[in-house]
Design a protein around this ligand. Structure first.
Ligand code: IPE
Ligand code: IPE
Ligand code: MG
Length: 253
């Protein structure tokens, strides 16, 4: 019998998450376990990114968001930040053609302007090259922090009120959504966190209001396509109530 490869997996398209977001955690611990430098963990982690992006696209996930670098990660040792930025640049360049060929659109959420200029440039080239692609939207969360995102949204809204382009009575949930990095995207249906940590670490706090959360112990560099598929199957069995009464009991007196 064949193993779980995306070709022979049958997932009900009606209950497939439109948006999956992943907190890719555990690179450092993976390296430590193998008595390697943390950077080796990041290198292996970036290989996994490639395979999960391909799998998500084959499984027909509409939007995949990957948490790659947080606003707090700038406080890591300088050499680690530098290595992460170099690795990011390398991945963007080496995966550019593949993204293009696979009809995937790249988008960045986060403080793009804080990234090194050479990284920004490669990101811009890839975003421009893939801007008309429509099989999957790949959001890379880079220098991303939810509190920064929400604070910036408040500032923009306040400026519009000051300049009389908006009235405070116009503030609605939709208006706030329109000022976030994720504007025009569905909220994540499923947030996966690897490495067994039970926290969101400043990721999509507004957008996660009704996300299903799945935490696995696997360290990100050991994460596989088949585990991803198992998580999607688990998601499909969940009863999402959104504060209402479950469908199966809604007719009870
Ligand atoms: C995730 O792995 C990658 C980034 C946060 C950039 P970590 O580097 O956080 O790995 P651990 O949590 O130390 O194992
Ligand atoms: C979250 O992981 C950020 C990313 C995966 C990019 P961290 O390793 O930075 O989070 P904490 O410190 O364990 O909360
Ligand atoms: Mg970590």
């Amino acid at each position: 019998m064949k193993s779980n490869s995306t070709q022979d997996v049958i997932l009900n398209p009606e209950t497939l998450p439109s948006h999956v977001a992943i907190i890719m955690d555990g690179n450092g611990r993976w390296a430590k376990k193998k008595m390697l430098n943390r950077i080796k963990g990041h290198e292996q982690g970036s290989q996994i990114v490639r395979s999960i992006v391909t799998a998500a696209r084959e499984l027909k996930i509409g939007t995949l968001t990957l948490y790659a670098f947080s606003t707090e990660n700038w406080a890591r040792p300088k050499h680690e930040v530098k290595a992460l930025m170099m690795l990011l640049k390398k991945s963007i360049v080496s995966q550019r053609e593949e993204l293009s060929k696979n009809n995937i659109r790249l988008n960045i959420i986060g403080q793009k302007h804080k990234l090194p200029l050479d990284v920004q440039k490669e990101l811009e080239v890839t975003m421009e090259l893939t801007k008309n692609n429509n099989k999957m939207l790949l959001n890379l969360a880079l220098s991303y922090g939810s509190r920064e995102e929400i604070t910036t949204a408040f500032k923009r809204i306040a400026e519009k009120i000051e300049s009389k382009d908006l009235d405070s009575r116009d503030i609605t949930q939709d208006l706030i959504c329109d000022h976030l990095y994720t504007r025009a995207m569905p909220d994540p249906d499923l947030i996966i966190r690897t490495s067994g940590e039970y926290r969101l670490s400043n990721f999509l706090l507004w957008q996660a209001a009704y996300s299903e959360i799945y935490i696995c112990d696997t360290l990100w560099p050991d994460f596989t396509e088949s585990e991803f598929i198992e998580i999607l199957k688990n998601f499909q069995k969940r009863d999402r109530r959104f504060g209402k009464v479950a469908c199966s009991t809604s007719n009870d007196g």
